[in-house]
Design a protein around this ligand. Structure first.
Ligand code: PLP
Length: 397
């Protein structure tokens, strides 16, 4: 076999696969509603597009500094001060080609083969795969639905070994939407400091939180945890900029320098004009994000109610992000078209077949009792999709 062991061991992104499948069915004229996508259905705000167009017109189309333009690093520093109460210097910030690339750089900079990374489950699909690409080992800390998928010290501590290097925290979480409280974060911060762990805080969904929940950055909880935290964030979700591919990391300057070196041999700088757009997003009006948040809140309320009204389905009301993670396992053991349904993959296939709605099986996120439904789609699609799902579920025997 010519293909490397590394590439063969990799599980390709299931969420991208579902989106592609829904796109293909739509292209074939089949009326599929996609709840698979992890991207806002809103357009990128006008002032952000304008900044990129202007950059293009000015001829800002050449390589930039590998680590990103100073203007964007300064905008990130200002944002982290304004929104998170955190102080960073320019040399503590690296701009990368999307949050996914930022995370990849962090893992590549810190992990040696055999090192362990604690990942609370359910988890975003790319976390364990990126860890494995370093020859390191993902160690899952399963959270419980009955406790709102919350992560706390007592859940993580038993997973710490002498090989643990990183504790990964993704709050609000993809796929559960669970967002951690200050108390929970304090316990986790104390554990990381006592045991000498790095905390990788993925705050991609920090601005999409509901019902008055206040996002807390773990790095604000004292000097010791600040020194041990590597914060990753992305322009994709907060500013509807998924296609622009800009993410950033803030943390200890030695780690940022190592990541800068890796990036210099892998991608070089992120796209010049996208960086200018990101500057406008971070320093410009935050109104568009507030409007998206309001709309997501409305949809979340509707979708959670609709799901809980379906016999055999139960769904928590998550604090953040734009996903719900309903439990459908009470329906396992029933049949569709003579075929038994026993897993989240089979349940998702049933929904695609019988309701023409695309969702992602929970098993991809480490929990087979659930499915992930993204509500980053119009209210009309949500209503139609939930009608179809309710009808299909009612036919199960
Ligand atoms: N982190 C989490 C938890 C995500 O869900 C995503 C995207 O789905 C990302 C990071 C990366 O986003 P991007 O690479 O578009 O910046």
């Amino acid at each position: 076999m010519t293909i490397s062991q590394r590439a063969r061991n990799l599980v390709p992104s299931a969420t991208l696969a579902i989106s592609n499948k829904a796109r293909e069915l739509k292209a074939a004229g089949i009326d599929v509603i996609s709840f698979g996508s992890g991207e806002p259905d809103f357009d990128t705000p006008e002032h952000i597009k304008e900044a990129a167009v202007q950059a293009l017109r000015e001829g800002f189309t050449k390589y930039t500094a590998n680590s990103g333009i100073n203007e964007l690093k300064d905008a990130v520093v200002a944002k982290l001060k304004r929104d998170n109460g955190l102080t960073y210097a320019r040399n503590q910030v690296l701009i990368s080609c999307g949050g996914k690339h930022s995370l990849y750089n962090v893992f590549q900079a810190l992990l040696d083969p055999g090192d362990e990374v604690i990942i609370p489950a359910p988890y975003w699909v790319s976390f364990p795969e990126q860890v494995k690409l370093c020859g390191a080992v993902p160690v899952f800390a399963p959270t419980a639905e009955a406790q709102g998928f919350r992560v706390n010290r007592s859940l993580v501590e038993p997973k710490v070994t002498p090989r643990t290097k990183i504790l990964l925290l993704n709050s609000p979480s993809n796929p559960t939407g669970a967002a951690l409280t200050r108390d929970e974060l304090q316990g986790l911060a104390a554990l990381a400091v006592e045991r000498g762990l790095w905390i990788l805080a993925d705050e991609t969904y920090e601005s999409l939180v509901y019902d008055g929940y206040q996002h807390v950055s773990i790095a604000t909880l004292g000097d010791a945890v600040y020194a041990r935290t590597i914060l990753v964030n992305s322009m994709s979700k907060a500013y509807a900029m998924t296609g622009w591919r800009i993410g950033y990391t803030a943390g200890a300057k030695e780690i940022i320098a190592a990541m800068d070196g890796l990036q210099s041999q892998m991608t070089s700088n992120p796209t010049s004009i996208a960086q200018r757009g990101a500057v406008a997003a971070l320093i410009g009006s935050q109104e568009p994000t507030a409007r998206m948040r309001e709309e997501f809140a409305r949809r979340r309320r509707s979708i959670v109610d609709r799901l809980n009204a379906m016999p055999g389905v139960s769904c928590l009301n998550p604090e953040g992000a734009f996903y719900v993670f309903p439990n459908v396992s009470k329906l396992y053991g029933k049949q569709h078209a003579g075929k038994p349904i026993a897993t989240s993959t089979e349940f998702s296939a049933f929904l695609l077949d019988a309701a023409r709605i695309a969702v992602v099986p929970g098993v991809e996120f480490g929990n087979d009792a659930h499915i992930r439904i993204s509500y980053a789609t119009s209210m009309a699609n949500i209503e139609k999709g939930m009608d179809r799902m309710a009808e299909a579920v009612a036919t199960l025997r």
